[in-house]
Ligand binder design. Sequence first.
Ligand SMILES: Nc1ncnc2c1ncn2[C@@H]1O[C@H](COP(=O)(O)OP(=O)(O)O)[C@@H](O)[C@H]1O
Ligand SMILES: [Mg+2]
Length: 343
Amino acid sequence: MQQMKMQGCEVEAIGINYKIHTNKTEHPFKIFSKSPQLDNANGQEIEEEEEARVEKSCSGVRHVLKNVSFQARPWEILAIVGPSGAGKSSLLEILAGKHSPQKGSVLLNQKPVDKSQFRKLSGYVTQKDTLFPLLTVEETMMFSAKLRLKLPQQQLCSRVKSLIQELGLDHVAGTRIGDDRVRGISGGERRRVSIGVEVIHDPKVLILDEPTSGLDSTSALQIIDMLKVMAETRGRTIILSIHQPGFRIVKLFNSLLLLANGSVLHHGTAELLSLNLRLMGLELPLHVNLVEFAIDSIDIIQQQQQQQCQVETEPPRRLLGTMQQKKGGDDGQQQQSGESKSD
Ligand SMILES: Nc1ncnc2c1ncn2[C@@H]1O[C@H](COP(=O)(O)OP(=O)(O)O)[C@@H](O)[C@H]1O
Ligand SMILES: [Mg+2]
């Protein structure tokens, strides 16, 4: 583990498939969906079909992540982007060891890792801040430090002080966190405290679910800036999900993972995403954010990728056709050679 701390952790996900079972529940509007005029046999058939459709929509298995693979390197930030419901939080929960996928694996420096070991090496910041509103910033950090570290009191104090400084929270160290009822620190500061609680043990991997949601653009940029510094000075591997990142924020990401409907549409740098979109005939309009444009173009990207897959699977079919024609006799062969000439 000491060696991992020195060299940093490369996180690799391979072919993650995650399905959830939704409960079989009676459709709440089932009685209203019945049509009273349907008396004849044809009407009954339609009614049965409708019932089956409603049943299907209320029960069964939901494929949340489909064959998701990616790599996140130390000293870098990987941003998971995509529309709401794409599977970003589910993927992060799997990485953080909260859920187990049915298929696929997560490797750390090319080795499988068990959940308890990974928890010691990582920090996971959830989308919602779960802090005690009546504690001050310093007390909150101290509480986390005592839980996570086995160090003498003096060392704990100095660790907390230096982290508060690193997070830019000196000016509010003695202020209580607060919530909707009790006024406390600002939303951006609260988010910094949540991050601080999860990095007190100096984890090599930091996972954050939408660390900028609900913040104004300046506070959002400050948070990502701070994470960038953490990655670059401590060799941390940072994996975060983000919704609508601004242009200046996108520039700070080393790579992007574009998810849609649980599938990966892009994994690589922002420049590569821009190039791929251009190759698909999707020219980025002036003054439009690249990630926003990519999310708006998801339907077209999916269509193009499906067409590409079909083209890739076509040659074997053609070959099969050729073989069948060959079996059929010389006529077929001539026809095939004619075809290839016209190609
Ligand atoms: N426990 C669950 N019960 C029902 N649906 C779920 C559950 N977990 C995830 N989902 C569904 O999986 C999809 C992905 O969810 P999520 O990972 O939260 O997406 P995102 O974070 O990208 O908005 C959504 O359609 C969501 O409704
Ligand atoms: Mg989410």
